[in-house]
Design a binder for this molecule. Structure first.
Ligand code: DC
Length: 244
C-alpha cells in the first residue's frame, strides 16, 4: 500500500467510525466529544440530552418519577429527536426545540431518575442506535460503549475525582451567568447523588466497557485532556492520524 492509499483508508475509517465516550457527570465528556467531532469530521451526539428531554416531559405531565408503568406509557406517546448542531445538539421534544430548557438542576435530577427504568432505556437505546447506525459519530453518555454501540471502534471512559468534577461544574455554571450559582458544596453533593444512582442502577449502570481506554483527567488541564483523547482516536485510525 502506498502512503496515499493508507491515508485514504484511514480517512475512510474515520468517516464511518463510532467513538463512544462514557463517564460520570462533570468529567468533561461534552467538551471532549465536541472537540473530537470537529477534529475528525464526525457528528457529535449527546445522549444525556435525550434523557433530559424525556424528564422534562415527565415533569410537565406531572407523571411521578418513580412510576415505571406511567413513564413507559408516557414514552409511548413521546417523540424525541436529536440533531447535530454547531455548538450543542438540537433536542426536539414532540417537535418543540427544548435545547435551552433541559440544563437546569430540576431536569438534571429528573433525567437521572427516569433513566433507571428498563423500558425507558430500551426505547432510548433504539433511538440512539438509529441516529448512529451509519457511523461517523462521536456519541457520549453512560452506556454507549457497553450497550448502545458495543462494537464501537473507539471507546473512551472519561473520569476525574468528584471534587475536581464538582469544581469544574461550579466554574462552568458561573461562566454561563444565566442563573445564580449554587454553593460548591451543593454542586458536589448533587453530583455525588447522581453518580451513585447512575453507577448503581440495575439496568446498564455506568461502568467502563472492558475494551474502553480509561482517561482520568483529574490532574490534566483541558488542553491536555483534549490532546489525550485525540491521541486515543488517532492511534485507532492508523498512519494518517486524522481524516483531513
Ligand atoms: O450526560 P447528562 O448529565 O446530560 O445525563 C443526564 C442523565 O441521563 C444522567 O444522570 C444519566 C442519564 N443518562 C443515561 O442514563 N445514559 C446515557 N447514555 C446518558 C445519560
Amino acid at each position: 500500500m502506498t502512503g496515499n492509499d493508507s491515508r485514504t483508508a484511514a480517512a475512510e475509517r474515520a468517516r464511518k467510525m463510532i467513538v463512544a465516550i462514557d463517564g460520570p457527570a462533570g468529567a468533561g465528556k461534552s467538551t471532549i466529544a465536541r472537540h473530537l467531532a470537529r477534529h475528525f469530521g464526525l457528528l457529535n451526539l449527546e445522549t444525556g440530552a435525550m434523557y433530559r428531554a424525556f424528564a422534562l416531559k415527565a415533569l410537565r405531565s406531572a407523571v411521578p418519577l418513580d412510576d415505571a408503568k406511567a413513564l413507559e406509557e408516557l414514552a409511548g406517546e413521546t417523540e424525541i429527536r436529536l440533531e447535530p448542531g454547531e455548538e450543542e445538539n438540537l433536542v426536539l421534544l414532540d417537535g418543540e426545540d427544548v435545547s435551552g430548557l433541559i440544563r437546569n438542576p430540576t431536569v438534571t435530577e429528573a433525567a437521572s431518575r427516569v433513566s433507571t427504568f428498563p423500558a425507558v432505556r430500551a426505547w432510548m437505546v433504539r433511538l440512539q442506535q438509529q441516529v448512529g447506525e451509519r457511523g461517523g459519530v462521536v456519541m457520549e453518555g453512560r452506556d454507549i460503549g457497553t450497550v448502545v454501540f458495543p462494537n464501537a471502534e473507539v471507546k473512551i471512559f472519561l473520569d476525574a475525582a468528584p471534587e475536581v468534577r464538582g469544581q469544574r461544574r461550579y466554574e462552568q455554571i458561573g461562566q454561563q451567568g444565566s442563573a445564580p450559582t449554587p454553593p460548591p458544596e451543593e454542586i458536589l453533593r448533587d453530583l455525588r447523588t447522581r453518580d451513585e444512582r447512575d453507577r448503581n442502577r440495575k439496568d446498564s449502570p455506568l461502568k467502563p466497557a472492558p475494551d474502553a481506554v480509561f482517561l482520568d483527567s483529574t490532574n490534566m488541564s483541558l488542553d491536555q485532556a483534549l490532546a489525550a483523547a485525540e491521541a486515543i482516536v488517532a492511534k485507532k485510525l492508523g498512519p494518517a492520524k486524522n481524516a483531513s
